[in-house]
Each structure stands twice: as structure tokens, then as C-alpha cells.
Design a protein around this ligand. Structure first.
Ligand code: AMP
Ligand code: ZN
Length: 152
């Protein structure tokens, strides 16, 4: 796991350093809210990370404006990849938390172009639907729209 450190009372990490241009990156797009750079280990050709400029750890720490800007940037990057590389198939992926595989503790969205016979496999095991469990989950998770909006 990559380490966090403090500078002037602010949390800094390797992505903060990239955002602040203290270390080099292949930044392909940025604005006031996000920096988008090529992942150093290209899982597939064009693999890009979208990172909020403010250091936030994971999806639970994202504020509404950042969440909006990240999704907008994902659309921009997807279209750049489409125009420049001919990408037609893309996965968007965020790993939040250790069990989910997060290794850099600064929120980032992976934009992952997909190609015929690439080695990525997100295939989920098919289960028979268990409607009793689904009913229980649904009752547990259902929010009124207003209450859900207050969560971000
Ligand atoms: P995750 O496992 O979701 O936390 O993803 C972290 C990603 O950051 C990995 O895909 C790494 O290859 C990528 N990464 C780590 N350091 C750098 C760096 N200096 N520049 C670009 N990508 C990086
Ligand atoms: Zn950071």
C-alpha cells in the first residue's frame, strides 16, 4: 500500500504530487476539479485515471460537485479515447477500500478501454435469483428520494 504523508497540515499522496506537478505524469486532460492521466501500468491500451484535485480517500468522502465533475470527465476521456484510439468499449471502475483492491488512497476512477481478447475478466458467477433475499434487501435499502439526496 502506498503511504500518505502530511505537508503543511494537508494530506498528500502520490496522486496529490501528480496533481501538483511535483512528479511527472501523462496528463491528458485537466480542469479546476480533476486531473486525468494515463495509468502507469496500462491494464489495456489507453487505461486512464480520473482523480479529483482535492485529496479525498474514497467514494464515501466524495462531495456532490466532485462526483459530478468526475463523471463529466469520464465522458470527456471516453470520447478522447474513442476519437484517438477508436475505442468503442469501456469499463468505468472504482476500487474503494482495501477489500475492493484500492492501493492508492486518493479516490480515482479507472477508465478502461476494452479490446477483443484482452485479459480482463469481470464476469460474475450467475446465480439463480433469490427473491426472498431480494425482498429483504430491497426493504433494507429503499430510501425516499429526499433522504437519499441528503447522503451526498
Ligand atoms: P487502485 O488499485 O484502484 O488503487 O489503482 C491504483 C492505480 O494507480 C494502479 O492501476 C497503478 O498502476 C496506478 N498508479 C500508481 N502510481 C502511479 C503513477 N505514478 N502514475 C500513474 N498511475 C499510477
Ligand atoms: Zn492525494
Amino acid at each position: 500500500m502506498l503511504q500518505l504523508f502530511y505537508l503543511g497540515g494537508k494530506i498528500m499522496c502520490i496522486f496529490c504530487k501528480i496533481i501538483n506537478k511535483e512528479i511527472p505524469s501523462y496528463t491528458i486532460y485537466e480542469n479546476d476539479f480533476v486531473t486525468c492521466f494515463l495509468d502507469i501500468s496500462q491494464a489495456t491500451k489507453g487505461h486512464t485515471l480520473i482523480v479529483p484535485k482535492k485529496h479525498v480517500q474514497d467514494i464515501f468522502s466524495l462531495e456532490k460537485k466532485e462526483a459530478e465533475e468526475i463523471m463529466k470527465a469520464a465522458v470527456v476521456v471516453a470520447n478522447v479515447l474513442k476519437e484517438k484510439l477508436g475505442t468503442k468499449d469501456i469499463n468505468l471502475l472504482n476500487n474503494s477500500g482495501q477489500l475492493a483492491g484500492q492501493t492508492v488512497m486518493h479516490f480515482h476512477l479507472h477508465v478502461l478501454p476494452r479490446y477483443e481478447n484482452d485479459e480482463i475478466d469481470f464476469h460474475q458467477v450467475d446465480h439463480e435469483p433469490n427473491f426472498l433475499e431480494l425482498d429483504k434487501l430491497y426493504s433494507c435499502l429503499l430510501y425516499t428520494s429526499d433522504a437519499a439526496d441528503d447522503l451526498i
